[in-house]
Design a binder for this molecule. Structure first.
Ligand code: KIV
Length: 270
């Protein structure tokens, strides 16, 4: 059909890895921003459970629910004409019973219209990954700093710096790839380890704080737009200081209202 945009698929991402073309992924949680990112040419939109932080204002990603992820996912899906939309499985929806994990993944796919799901962890969640993949649902993995385990980690430090944790990450990555995930997020790990894992895996890696050698990169939208001023990790590049722009616009509006400058006659009806 004329004018129809060709959708990015998991296969497109595999082809991009094969020809060493970097994959650009950003998070999105609502229709308006997702539409702008899709128009800009982003390849993957991740409906991250970071919505729990940047949208709902929680300290961690743990409180967000399956219903809330589906709500955000469906708004992003309505906006994305070209991008592959991946929805995070929230904490508690896949860690226990793999049947429950499959039910949650099916709800995400059916009710949001997403194209894939993402979940955190390696060997411990392998049963869930296998069951979801067997049902024909594409799964993105996530290793390294996995924010749903923040209370176990005790902080947001770089992960897998010591040889034991690095070895576990290599093993988890290989197990997840064998189980059929289509891509793997590596968060806050040494660049040399991310490079090694990227070169050893047949599937694309997407890094956040994992150096330049991953097959793609991801940032949280609100961070790269400069809306989360207090968050300043070394890996974050801000492309605009939107917080300042929004504050200044609001201040000008308030001033205009207070001095009865807004609305003008031209902005009113006869
Ligand atoms: O929830 C999220 O935003 C994520 C990214 C940081 C990868 O998982």
């Amino acid at each position: 059909m004329e004018g129809k945009v060709k959708r990015i698929t998991t296969r497109t991402l595999a082809e991009m890895k094969a020809r060493r073309e970097p994959i650009a992924m950003l998070t999105a949680y609502d229709y308006t921003f997702a539409r702008l990112l899709d128009e800009a040419g982003i390849e993957v939109l991740l409906v991250g459970d970071s919505a729990s932080n940047v949208i709902a204002g929680h300290e961690t990603t743990l409180p967000i629910t399956l219903d809330q992820m589906i709500y955000h996912g469906s708004a992003v899906v309505r906006a994305a004409q070209r991008a592959l939309v991946v929805v995070d499985m929230p904490f508690g929806s896949y860690q226990g019973d793999s049947r429950q994990a499959l039910r949650a993944a099916i709800r995400i796919m059916k009710e949001s219209g997403a194209h894939a799901v993402k979940l955190e962890g390696g060997e411990a969640v392998l049963d869930s990954v296998q069951r979801i993949v067997s049902a024909g649902i594409p799964v993105m993995g996530h290793l390294g700093l996995t924010p749903q385990s923040i209370y176990q980690f005790g902080g947001y430090r770089v992960r897998a710096k010591d040889p034991t944790e690095a070895e576990k990450l290599r093993r988890d990555a290989a197990l997840l790839a064998e189980a059929g995930i289509f891509a793997l997020v590596l968060e806050k790990v040494p660049a040399s380890l991310a490079q090694e894992v990227t070169e050893s895996l047949p599937i694309p890696t997407i890094g956040i704080g994992a150096g330049p050698h991953c097959d793609g990169q991801v940032l949280v939208l609100h961070d790269m737009l400069g809306l989360t001023e207090a968050f300043s990790p070394r890996f974050l590049r801000r492309y605009v200081h939107l917080a300042k722009i929004v504050r200044e616009a609001a201040e000008r509006y308030i001033q205009d209202v207070k001095r009865r400058d807004f609305p003008s006659a031209a902005e009113s009806y006869e």
